[in-house]
Design a protein around this ligand. Structure first.
Ligand SMILES: Cc1cc2nc3c(=O)[nH]c(=O)nc-3n(C[C@H](O)[C@H](O)[C@H](O)COP(=O)(O)O)c2cc1C
Length: 325
């Protein structure tokens, strides 16, 4: 009988499928539904410091009492944080799957403060949702990377629970970033976040959003980097995010070396019934291939393991064009 049991960030999971941070994990009620549907763990919706600042800023601007700004900011921050803490506490009381809290802060002080509060509320682990968009030309790649390392070091020093870092693929050398993250004892890397991307509405000269949901084709970035990273990393766990829609996407990710995968778009589009479909699909494939455990096929097709590692390095279409005229 195939077993989907695995481990992520040192925590045992019944299946490698995690429901990623989004509106689907914003309340204890929704988290309970995901647990009942067979998910391995959940990452709670991110607490965005920027959103709190923005909301307070808008309220202060529209009021005549701008001196009340500081008070409102502290009040709103505490109020929002309390809602998130309640979600974690309630979830811990109603489900027996790991609850991972997620933070996206602006100031390093708040990254640390939020992390400590989440740990006290009972979160099993933290996911640091870090994304820095450069808008000044003098800021170097190394400067930005250092900001990542500073945040992770500061949080790591403040809490005992494991920490995963959720990143984008916009780095010159992801392997080097992860090497540094391992040096400062990050426990996991989530590859990759998919962001809100602005699009331009040419009829109304306005902004709109590109489609927020992914499809299976979007797995390609995470698959390449998981395949390569899993061959050179030391202790850090890899969780694949973006483009996991089918059981074959989960299997490919694990063959490339992922420890877990995260789903979001497919759960929005198909509902939580997809979790059972994915779990059954993996079990069926494992039975067909005579694998009893996840570990038996994890990394079987990583950069180091395959005969032709160039499969992961190739980035030009030379052969494709030769064969397709
Ligand atoms: C509506 C929506 C809300 C999201 N909210 C968050 C969030 O709060 N924090 C976060 O780290 N990622 C957030 N994400 C990104 C997802 O967690 C996920 O990384 C991304 O959608 C890629 O996975 P997918 O291809 O399975 O959708 C959100 C995505 C969507 C579509």
């Amino acid at each position: 009988m195939a077993s989907l049991a695995c481990s992520y960030l040192g925590i045992p999971l019944r299946t490698p499928i995690i429901l990623s941070s989004s509106g689907l994990t914003e309340s204890a009620e929704k988290i309970k539904k995901a647990a009942d549907a067979g998910i391995g763990a959940v990452v709670v919706k991110s607490l965005f410091e920027e959103m709190i600042n923005y909301e307070v800023g808008a309220a202060v601007e529209s009021s005549d009492y701008s001196e009340a700004g500081d008070y409102m900011l502290q009040y709103t921050k505490e109020h929002t944080l309390t809602e998130f803490l309640n979600t974690i506490e309630k979830s811990k009381n109603s489900v027996d799957i790991p609850i991972i809290a997620s933070i996206n802060a602006v100031n390093q002080k708040e990254w640390v403060a939020f992390a400590k509060r989440f740990e006290s509320a009972g979160a099993d682990a933290l996911e640091l949702n870090i994304n820095i968009i450069p808008v000044t030309k003098t800021l170097t790649g190394a400067d930005i990377e250092q900001k990542y390392f500073n945040i992770v070091s500061a949080v790591k020093a403040a809490v005992k629970i494991p920490i995963a870092v959720k990143i984008s693929y916009h780095f010159s050398n992801i392997l080097n970033i992860v090497h540094h993250l391992e040096g400062i004892k990050a426990d996991g890397i989530v590859m990759f976040n998919r962001f809100y991307e602005p699009d331009i509405d040419i009829d109304n000269l306005d902004f709109k959003s590109f489609p927020v949901f992914s499809n299976s084709d979007d797995l390609r970035h995470a698959l390449r980097w998981t395949g390569i990273l899993s061959s050179v990393k030391n202790h850090i766990d890899i969780s694949v995010s973006t483009g996991v829609h089918k059981s074959s996407d989960v299997i490919k990710s694990i063959l490339a070396g992922a420890d877990t995968v995260q789903i979001c778009s497919t759960a929005y589009q198909k509902g939580l019934g997809i979790i059972n479909e994915l779990n059954s699909g993996i079990e069926q494939w494992m039975q067909e291939k005579s694998f009893d455990t996840i570990d038996e096929f994890k990394g079987l097709m990583s950069y180091n393991t395959i005969k032709d590692p160039a499969m992961y390095e190739r980035s030009q279409f030379m052969k494709y064009f030769t064969n397709h005229g």
